[in-house]
Design a protein around this ligand. Structure first.
Ligand code: IMP
Ligand code: MG
Length: 180
């Protein structure tokens, strides 16, 4: 495993992200929605450095892929708080193909929030398959498989305080379930 972003680099990046979010919303109340499970670290760190009144909730997604083929995105919104007429900020760990975030934005929109923006810790360069982009991107990273700071491989490594890359020899091939 190689370290891509140290704990300190992440802390600085999150502080910069918080600064930008504070600039956009000022003192207006925001409802932060973390996409489970990958956003746990960013969610916990970010909400401690934002200045406006906050409500915090979660939504869960999972997608299943068979080899290279990505199939349907499942969204569990049962823990979503009331967001009608609220300014919603979605938080996720990584913007890869973009299908997860764009699917969640569409699902959230059905609950008629006043506005929806999104913030991610990482965006993988050159991987996107959707037209939307997150409003806030903390780090742009190369197309490598990353783990740590919420990101998992087969549900392991989420607890690491830094972000590392796994070599392809560390990755089991064949079919796998992938939970966001
Ligand atoms: P997307 O729908 O392709 O944008 O991917 C979104 C989800 O796939 C993310 O929320 C992650 O949970 C997962 N994912 C994508 N790339 C990686 C990675 O490099 N490491 C770990 N999880 C990833
Ligand atoms: Mg995720």
């Amino acid at each position: 495993m190689k370290v891509l972003l140290t704990e300190e680099e992440i802390r600085d990046g999150v502080a910069e992200l918080a600064y930008k979010i504070n600039e956009v919303y000022g003192k207006e109340p925001v409802t932060i929605i973390g996409i489970m499970t990958g956003s746990i670290m960013l969610l916990a760190d970010l909400i401690r450095v934002l200045n406006m009144p906050l409500r915090v909730g979660v939504i869960q997604t999972s997608s299943y892929r068979s080899g290279a083929v990505r199939s349907e995105l499942y969204i569990n919104a049962s823990m979503l708080p009331d967001i009608e007429n609220r300014d919603v900020l979605l938080i996720d760990d990584i913007f890869d193909t973009g299908h997860t975030l764009s699917g969640v934005v569409a699902a959230i929109r059905e609950n008629r929030p006043r506005s929806i923006r999104s913030a991610v810790l990482l965006r993988k360069t050159g991987r996107q398959q959707v037209t939307m982009q997150p409003d806030f991107v903390t780090f742009e990273i190369p197309d490598e498989f990353v783990i740590g700071y919420g990101l998992d491989y087969c549900d392991e490594y989420r607890h690491l305080p830094f972000i590392g890359t796994l070599e392809s020899s560390d990755l089991r091939s064949a079919d796998s379930d992938q939970h966001a």
